[in-house]
Write a protein that binds this ligand. Structure first.
Ligand code: ZN
Length: 409
């Protein structure tokens, strides 16, 4: 086991920790430690909410979570010799949950606080809790399913340059200005009030907090990409934008379906990541790289059979035809899968959570056949402990009624 470079104490709020996490991106956040190319080290991470969600049967905490405080990130780690223009090579050597916390959660976020991909259909806060059994997971809120984890950091990236910071702040502010009162908002503007800037304190921290990026979207530096395939054994090539690179991570997921569609749609947990670092000098220009590039893990849960649902770019409410719109097509594919799973006894919310958490494959299958984009959602049939394939006998409910996600009171 490599040396633990960043430790978290789950019994105290992250704000009270000796080595502070950061929940914003800014070029001046100080490195917590300098590494050398070739070094390997362990990083512990809070769950993305910093412990705001409890392992209980109420979704009040999901409804009330303070989203201006997320995500709680561990780092940034500097790498000696890294300069803007280089590629930082990051090996995700191993990942797992923290021994003190062998559970995870999934939230459907309410329209008023975050929302999700299907917010018009599922606008209320709900929660599922998951127990880990070795490599497997089950949930008291979602019966009839069990699968092996595919642990990955939802969020990992390097510090942005001031130029990149300014450029993204400008383009996101322009988007927000097109509909500033939208619920949920079009993007998250900087918010100094709840900014945690790691080891940066005082007046400098307050000033930087006013322009620091929120951690919600993925950007050119990586960030909150929510890619389930950044799992144990994968290798990521990050563009370096500041001296030392400044690698940070968090938002550890036990498992996730492509799209993380309920918003807090993965199985969220506190966990550790074992990291190896190296450099490719001048790699950005050598390889023409703008956003991170990665090689997936050689080890992944093995599924040989899927049931695949198609969706096309026609709005489900109005019947309006859209032009090659992959967002609508993916939504329709997900809604089609949910309707199908409801025939086996699941509530819509349970089916929604299965799509967000299980190792479901989402694809843009066709993007040129005017006017319809075709997106697909592939569900591995082996995650269910009953047969979900269509047959002449019709669907047989595979689960007992009365079990559901936790609701609000
Ligand atoms: Zn997450």
């Amino acid at each position: 086991m490599p040396r633990t470079s960043f430790k978290v104490d789950l019994s105290r709020p992250p704000e009270a920790a000796e080595i502070k996490t950061h929940n914003r991106w800014h070029p001046d956040i100080p490195m917590v430690e300098m590494m050398k190319p070739g070094d390997e080290f362990r990083v512990e991470c809070f769950d993305w909410t910093g412990g705001q969600i409890e392992n209980d049967d109420s979704a009040n905490d999901v409804r009330d979570v303070d989203l201006t405080k997320v995500h709680y990130l561990s780092g940034p780690f500097g790498v000696e010799g890294a300069e803007p223009g280089d590629l930082l090579v990051v090996d995700l050597l191993d990942l797992g949950y923290l021994p003190a916390s062998p559970w995870g959660f999934t939230g459907i976020f309410a329209r008023e606080n975050g929302g999700g991909f299907l917010v018009d259909h599922y606008p209320h806060a709900r929660k599922a809790c998951w127990d880990f059994h070795g490599i497997y997971t089950t949930s008291r809120n979602v019966p009839g399913v069990r699968w092996a984890g595919i642990v990955h950091p939802g969020l990992i990236g390097c510090l942005p340059s001031q130029e990149l910071l300014d450029r993204c702040n400008k383009r996101e502010a322009e988007l927000i200005a097109t509909n500033p009162d939208r619920v949920p908002p079009l993007a998250t503007a900087p918010n100094a009030e709840t900014a945690l800037m790691g080891q940066m304190t005082g007046r400098k921290s307050q000033a930087a907090g006013k322009e620091a990026w929120r951690t919600v979207p993925p950007r050119e530096h990586g960030g909150n990409c929510d890619i389930k395939n950044l799992s144990r054994g994968s290798r990521v090539y990050f563009p370096v934008y500041v001296r030392g690179a400044g690698l940070s991570m968090g938002d550890i997921h036990w498992s996730q379906g492509d799209g993380e569609i309920t918003f807090c749609g993965a199985i969220e947990m506190a966990g550790y990541v074992d990291i190896g670092v190296d450099l490719i000098k001048g790699g950005i220009t050598k390889y023409g790289i703008t956003n991170p590039v990665f090689q997936p893990s050689p080890l992944e849960p093995k599924f040989s059979e899927y049931l695949v649902f198609e969706g096309i770019s026609v709005d489900e409410k109005t019947g309006k035809q859209y032009y090659l719109d992959a967002h609508i097509a993916y939504r329709r594919a997900c809604l089609n899968a949910i309707e199908y799973l409801k025939k086996f006894g699941y509530t819509g919310e349970q089916a929604y959570v299965i799509l967000g958490t299980a190792p479901v494959e989402g694809r843009v299958s066709g993007i040129v056949d005017i006017p319809n984009a075709c997106c697909t959602v592939a569900i591995p049939t082996a995650i269910f402990d009953f047969d979900i394939r269509p047959n002449s006998g019709g669907p047989k409910p595979g689960i007992s009624a009365g079990v559901d996600l936790a609701a609000t009171s």
